[in-house]
Each structure stands twice: as C-alpha cells, then as structure tokens.
Write a protein that binds this ligand. Structure first.
Ligand code: AHR
Length: 486
C-alpha cells in the first residue's frame, strides 16, 4: 500500500472550468452518425427528429455541453446544401473507403439537436469543397433572422427561428496537403469573408477557431501563429488523440500497452503549456485559448466497422487522467470534444439495432460533469509513478473544484497492483461532509451487450473524514469522485 499526502487549497481559487471542456465529437464517419445516433424519423427505434432518444438521455446524464460536427476529415468533403431541404447523398466514410451516405442528418437536425440539449454547437468547415461564399451562406442559414435569403430557405425547411453558432472552425488537418503559409492564406480569406459578410450580432456571439497542427508539433504552431493576424481568431484548434506506441489492440493488451497509453496522455500536459506559450508569446494573442478538437484513445481498428474499438477500464483511467489535465488548464482551454461520442474510438455509447450499451467512459464523463462550471482549486499531491522505457508515468492523478458550498475532487490510481492511501487536507475550511462514487475493474474489463454492467460506477465508502482531513483508500485501477459539503 502506498501512502501519499495531498492538499487542496480553498483559498487558491483559479479559473472557472468551462462546461465546454466536456464536449463530444460526432463525425459522419464509421457508425457515429448514420447507423449510430441517427436512425431517421420513421425508425421503429424511439427518436426525436431522427436522433435516438436513448442516446439523448445518455448525453443528458453526462451533461454534454458541446457537440462538434460534421468532421474531422469528413468536414473537407461536406457540402452543407446537400444536407438541407431535399437531400442529396454526400461523401462519408463508413469503411476503409469513402462512400456516399444519406444526408438525412444535416444542419437542421444538428442545430435542432444542440438547441434541444441546450449545448453549444461547434461546426468545422472544410476549405476544399466549401468556398468562402458557401461558408458565409451556411453561417447565414444558421444564424440570420428573416427576411434574408438563407433565413427564408431555413424557414421553408421548417425552422423559422435562427440558432446561435458559438463556434466555427476553418479547416481540418491541412498539414496533410499544404504548408502553414497556404493554410494561413486560406484562413485569412475565409475568416475575413465570414466576419465581413455576416451580421454584427452573429459575429459578436461567434468565436472563430483557426486550425492548429497536432499538439505534438509545436514548431508548426510557431510557423502558423506568426502568419495569423491577432484578433481574427479567438482560439486555435488542436488534435491530441493518444495513440500508444507501438500500436496495440483495444481489447487484448498488456500492462506495458496501458502505460504507453497513459504516457501519451500525460505528455499533453506539458504540450498544452508549450503551445499556449507559443500562441500567447505575442501579447495581442493573450486572450486566445486552445480548442481540443479531438481527444481520447486510438488503438488498432477492430474489423466490424471503421474506427471500432473496445472501450475498457484502461480507457476509463486514460480519460480521467486527460480530464484532470484539462481541468488544471482551465485558463488555457476554450473547449474540448471527446473523439467520439458514439460507436467509434473512445466512445461512451455503443448501439446495436435497438439496443444501447454504455461504456466505462460514459461513467467517467458522468462523474466528472460535477466539475463543469466550478472554480478550479489549487491542489497538490505527492508523486506516485513508475517507469516505462526510461519515461516516467504518473499513477496518481487528481483535480479539485468548488461550486458554492460544494467541493468536488476526482482521484485515480493507475497502479495494477497497489492501493494508495491518501490523506487529503482541505485548507480553508473547518470541516467537510463527504460522499463518493467509484469506477474500478481489471485492466481489460469492458461492458458488453451480454454483461452491460461489468464496469459501472458504484457508491464508494473507502474513506474517513476528520474535520478538514479526508483519508481515502484508492484500490488498484480505480477512479473516485468525491463530493464534499463545506
Ligand atoms: O477522429 C477521426 C479522424 O481523426 C478525424 O476525421 C480526423 O480529423 C482525425 O485524423
């Protein structure tokens, strides 16, 4: 048993943890949209406007704060006009090859869904199949009141009232095909067109995101930022999905693969600092934040469909460590979207016909939602780590926040064999009343349609409290969320 000390300082109140850090990515790829969250209005599966009700319920339980759509890579082939009114199939990727897929889930369905969930809409526009004029028309279609031409088109499709579009990103992974100079030119053209051709009210409530490179390529961030005009972007988007090296199976993996996965996640902590430092090195960019466009874990593809992977206890721990890192960077991050929400990669939800399965990541997102909108608190814990290939991998992760008279603490133990006995001192209060939940299991454990609750959050009683000191025993491979009444 490891014995560690931890301090949470109620007097060290930092940034608000923006709810938008808890967003989800839904791409027209694999089985995320078609044959996933969207079943169509005439389906026998209960739905609202074609979107499965059981998924809507799961999103509500997790407190999904933002939806990011239509891609990813598919935003480059997305033509918005084909997805409103009379639909024309669009290129989507459902297997190794691109195929035409139904466009029945288009702008109206997406915006209506965000509206219904009360979450922010985040649209990524490609720069290959969409020119500046198309993009302006698209933004107008979404946001303009009648009587403008695009608003009339929207109204004739059944949606008279305009929606809000809080986030618009220009371009996806441009570095696969062009230099940062070329992208910077594209960005200048598109952002200028959007901000000069849309109405003032829309412009004022919309943040424009320039697409940055992978978080792991700070040199490219430097090249790009030096070419973007401050004030034309409010955020820079980054891709940080953790791909352990060497690549491994999502269901059948070793402890070494697990530690390699955590190592990739933990690298993002410093990389966030590096990239935000580069961006803000120009004082005119001091208010710019990062948008984490895609995050999660990515292993070898399972054969059934594109980007299918098993979601196990490994992912629960990887996701909890990543969320602790995001919380700690509350001042630097505008938003983040989990890649992806449904059926692909590090998903929370898996569907099969009319059945629905909640993965261990669902439970983690649900427990962490308590941090949304809270004030990040200064916290520190003694280190507990191991080595893999000379790299240090931390096994104890944590974050803490406060909302009114409630204190939220998340803690995780990534050791496969050792418990951790943590003594937490909460500075700034006399006493605290605590309750807790735990997610734990073996490393490769996952939920299945036959055994859906193998990994499920449960009430946690492994702690004692004396005045302002909490003693917690974290079992091996576990994450715990504590709620304290101050
Ligand atoms: O998340 C899946 C794919 O990964 C996205 O389409 C692309 O943007 C990224 O490379």
């Amino acid at each position: 048993m490891q014995k560690k000390k931890m301090i949470i300082n109620l007097l060290d109140q930092k940034e608000t943890i923006r709810p938008q850090l808890y967003g989800h990515f839904i791409e027209h790829a694999g089985r995320t949209v078609n044959d996933g969250l969207f079943v169509g209005k005439n389906s026998d599966i209960p739905n609202r406007n074609g979107v499965r009700l059981d998924i809507i319920e799961a999103w509500k339980e997790m407190g999904v704060s933002l939806l990011h759509w239509p891609g990813g890579i598919t935003s480059e082939s997305y033509e918005w006009r084909k997805g409103v009114g009379d639909r024309t199939p669009n290129v989507g990727i459902t297997s190794k090859n691109s195929i035409d897929e139904s466009n029945d889930f288009g702008t109206d369905e997406f915006m209506d869904l965000c509206d219904y969930l009360g979450c922010d809409a985040y649209i990524v526009s490609g720069t290959l199949c969409t020119d500046e004029r198309d993009l302006c028309d698209w933004v107008r279609y979404i946001t303009s009141p009648l009587p403008c031409e695009q608003a009339k088109q929207r109204a004739s499709n059944g949606y008279e009232n305009p929606w809000k579009l809080p986030y618009l990103c220009i371009g996806n992974e441009w570095w696969f095909r062009e230099s940062s100079n070329r992208y910077a030119e594209d960005f200048r053209r598109y952002s200028y067109a959007v901000t000069s051709l849309i109405d003032r009210a829309t412009k004022d409530q919309m943040k424009i995101i320039a697409r940055g490179p992978h978080l792991y390529q700070p040199q490219m961030t430097l090249d790009l930022i030096s070419q973007l005009t401050p004030g034309t972007f409010q955020s820079v988007g980054f891709y940080i999905v953790a791909k352990p090296e060497p690549a491994c199976s999502s269901s059948n993996f070793t402890e070494e693969d697990f530690l390699n996965t955590l190592f990739k996640i933990q690298q993002t902590d410093e990389l966030i600092d590096t990239n935000i430092g580069i961006i803000r090195s120009n004082p005119l960019n001091k208010n710019v934040r990062l948008s984490i466009d895609e995050w999660g874990t990515w292993y070898q593809n399972e054969p059934e469909w594109l980007w299918k992977q098993s979601v196990t206890m490994r992912d629960a721990l990887a996701v909890s460590q990543q969320l602790d890192i995001f919380n700690k960077h509350a001042a630097d991050i505008e938003m983040a979207s989990l890649c992806m929400s449904v059926n692909c990669l590090c998903c929370c939800i898996v569907t099969e016909g009319n059945e629905l399965l909640l993965t261990p990541v669902f439970d983690v997102m649900k427990l962490y939602r308590q941090h949304q909108g809270g004030t990040l608190l200064g916290s520190w814990a003694e280190e507990f780590s191991t080595k893999i290939n000379n790299d240090t991998v931390s096994l104890l992760s944590h974050s803490a926040s406060k909302k009114d008279d409630e204190l939220y603490i998340t803690l995780s133990n990534a050791s496969v064999s050792e418990s951790i006995d943590i003594e937490i001192t909460v500075f700034g209060c006399e006493s605290v009343n605590v309750s807790g939940k735990i997610v734990t299991g073996n490393l490769c454990d996952k939920n299945s349609f036959e055994e859906p609750d193998t990994i499920r959050s449960k009430e946690f009683h492994g702690f004692t409290v004396k005045e302002n000191t909490i003693h917690v025993t974290l079992p091996p491979l576990s994450l715990v969320a504590l709620k304290g009444k101050l």
